[in-house]
Design a binder for this molecule. Structure first.
Ligand code: COA
Length: 256
């Protein structure tokens, strides 16, 4: 039987999806990505769900990244296929969904976790949330659309700084940059998310669907996503990648 890596609930036309892998800070492994895919499709087809909310279990992490232990031994071709598949079944699926998806960021949103939040249509974060794309510190680059969605949200200069430094920023800084839409006290996350969802739900679902499509058309090009996949895969098997991943798994700083 599959582990229960996600929980769902429908309440007042909001479809809640909770990522439930707290012991590993909700890191995204393949099984979790597949479960999230199924949950999203289920809510897309659910007649009474108007808005979908994605959040994490516990107060420490939304998602602390893609599961590093899962891809540590990949060769470039496997890495390219792995990222392509994840994008197709989850990240692009969410971005192109016909119902709005809100990321309720309850803690760390790092690497694949921030990429997941960025694939959602709106983001609301708790005050103690920490956000970043630290992949370069692991000898790799973002592979789930981060190099494309981050500049679209905060501009190329700010995205260059965040991705090349790998810096992890506060929720207040993320708000200032336009990376998230709102910051709230931890105990207000639920209430604030419901208020935001209700502001969307009072509008025409058909118009919301068309607006999402039109806004997405202004986003980065297909060429950019393809280039990301290539450059991501080229990191695999390099000495830097081996050192970066080994350092993380051994809980030490990498030496590049
Ligand atoms: N992949 C796999 N496992 C992860 C993970 C990830 N992205 N993020 C956290 N974990 C695991 C840790 O290995 C640890 O497992 P263990 O208890 O079996 O050793 C557990 O989750 C708790 O994490 P830990 O690092 O002990 O917590 P912390 O409070 O000391 O640090 C972070 C929290 C978020 C700073 C740290 O976990 C981290 O740097 N994670 C990776 C972030 C990252 O680089 N993400 C991008 C990946 S592409």
């Amino acid at each position: 039987m599959k582990d229960q890596l996600t929980w769902i609930e429908v309440q007042d036309s909001i479809g809640w999806i909770k990522i439930n892998r707290e012991r590993k800070l909700n890191a995204l492994n393949r099984e979790l990505i597949d479960q999230l895919h199924d949950r999203i499709i289920n809510f897309q087809n659910h007649p009474s769900v108007k808005v979908i909310v994605l959040t994490g279990t516990g107060n420490k992490a939304f998602v602390a990244g893609a599961d590093i232990s899962e891809f540590s031994s990949f060769e470039p071709e496997q890495a390219a296929a792995f990222a392509r598949q994840g994008n197709q079944v989850l990240f692009d699926l969410i971005t192109q969904l016909e119902k709005p998806v809100i990321a309720a960021i309850n803690g760390y949103a790092l690497g694949g976790g921030l990429e997941l939040a960025m694939s959602c249509h709106l983001r609301i974060a708790v005050q103690h949330a920490k956000l970043g794309l630290p992949e370069v510190s692991l000898g790799v680059i973002p592979g789930y659309g981060g190099t494309q969605r981050l500049p679209a949200l905060i501009g190329k200069g700010n995205a260059m700084e965040m991705i090349l430094t790998g810096d992890i920023i506060s929720a207040d800084k993320a708000l200032e940059l336009g990376l998230i839409n709102q910051v709230v006290a931890a105990e207000k996350l639920l209430e604030a998310t419901i208020i935001l969802a209700k502001r969307l739900m009072k509008n025409s679902p058909n118009s919301i669907k068309n607006a999402i499509k039109a806004i997405n058309a202004s986003d980065s090009t297909l060429k950019g996503f393809k280039e990301e996949n290539l450059q991501f895969s080229l990191c695999f098997g390099t000495t830097d990648f081996k050192e970066g991943v080994a350092a993380f798994l051994e809980k030490r700083k990498p030496e590049f």
